[in-house]
Design a protein around this ligand. Structure first.
Ligand SMILES: NC(=O)c1ccc[n+]([C@@H]2O[C@H](COP(=O)([O-])OP(=O)(O)OC[C@H]3O[C@@H](n4cnc5c(N)ncnc54)[C@H](O)[C@@H]3O)[C@@H](O)[C@H]2O)c1
Length: 250
């Protein structure tokens, strides 16, 4: 039996063992936790387990063992080649400045799809990941503090692919209360609209979310820019105002 005097010593030893053994393994576990979250979200999408395992392996090839700035949009080429979109390409829903509303809308209306409704978009929403030259680990802190970085490069690449895939009649949900609902420099402007395909898309409709319908907000200058870009692509453009309830939308 341990004497009362020896107890503080064994207490100190226990603390040392916890510090020495548990801290490094917790650090290494960042990779395990990331993989576990990826797999859970992928299987829950739902997608079968083997496909999820293979997709995770291809995904990791894009950034593991590389410094953050070495991961560009091109780094994800193989991932997107091997993980083609499966959702119906019509009724694609883009958004800009309206994330919450557009996400809620496509969740309720399962015949509309935004990028977060695709397998990779669903799995990687809310996640961060990066690697380091010479390391096999995935890190999840401070991954997006440089340009380019693995997280931004992924979202830019998926946006390009998502826009190229859109067909038939597609939509963009915009904030009709802003001065410029179609805002220069957004991902919508730089990576999505330029990649809409003339031979795939019939129409592109701007849904302007407004506090109160006035019938005038579609005339805003920035929407004329959008309309002209689509005209140049020979894609029919339409615009309509809807209030936040979106009951009058479709
Ligand atoms: N996590 C994701 O799901 C994700 C990530 C990146 C890109 N995307 C794709 O890109 C599009 C969204 O990205 P985005 O950059 O266009 O929009 P965003 O809503 O992410 O906006 C980007 C920035 O511009 C500002 N902004 C947006 N519209 C504005 C306006 N009218 N006036 C003033 N400021 C405005 C926002 O506040 C934000 O700071 C979607 O169509 C989506 O398909 C999705």
């Amino acid at each position: 039996m341990a004497s009362k005097k020896s107890l503080p010593i064994s207490g100190t030893l226990t603390v040392m063992v916890i510090v020495v053994v548990l801290v490094p393994s917790a650090m290494l576990d960042e990779t395990a936790v990331f993989r576990d979250t990826f797999m859970k979200k992928c299987v829950g999408y739902p997608e079968d387990k083997n496909t999820c395992k293979a997709t995770l392996a291809i995904f990791e090839e894009a950034y593991v063992g590389k410094d953050k700035t070495a991961v560009t949009e091109e780094s994800y080429n193989t991932l997107f080649d091997k993980t083609p979109f499966k959702h119906p390409c019509g009724k694609t829903m883009f958004w800009s400045g309206t994330y919450e509303l557009a996400s809620r809308f496509t969740q309720k209306r399962d015949n509309f799809y935004n990028v977060g409704d695709t397998l990779l978009g669903h799995v990687l929403t809310g996640m961060a990941w990066c690697g380091k030259a010479g390391s096999k680990e995935t890190f999840t802190d401070n991954c997006a503090d440089v340009f380019p970085n693995p997280v931004l490069s992924f979202w830019l690449k998926i946006s390009v692919k998502f826009a190229q895939y859109a067909c038939d009649d597609s939509y963009v949900m915009l904030d009709g209360e802003k001065d410029q609902p179609y805002y220069t420099g957004t991902v919508l402007d730089t990576h999505e609209v330029p990649n809409l395909q003339t031979n795939r898309l019939k129409s592109f409709t701007a849904i302007l979310v407004v506090n109160k319908e006035t019938g005038t907000k579609c005339n805003k200058e920035s929407l004329k820019n959008l309309s002209n870009i689509l005209k140049g692509k020979k894609i029919n453009y339409a615009c309509k105002e809807v209030t936040r309830s979106i009951k009058n939308c479709f």
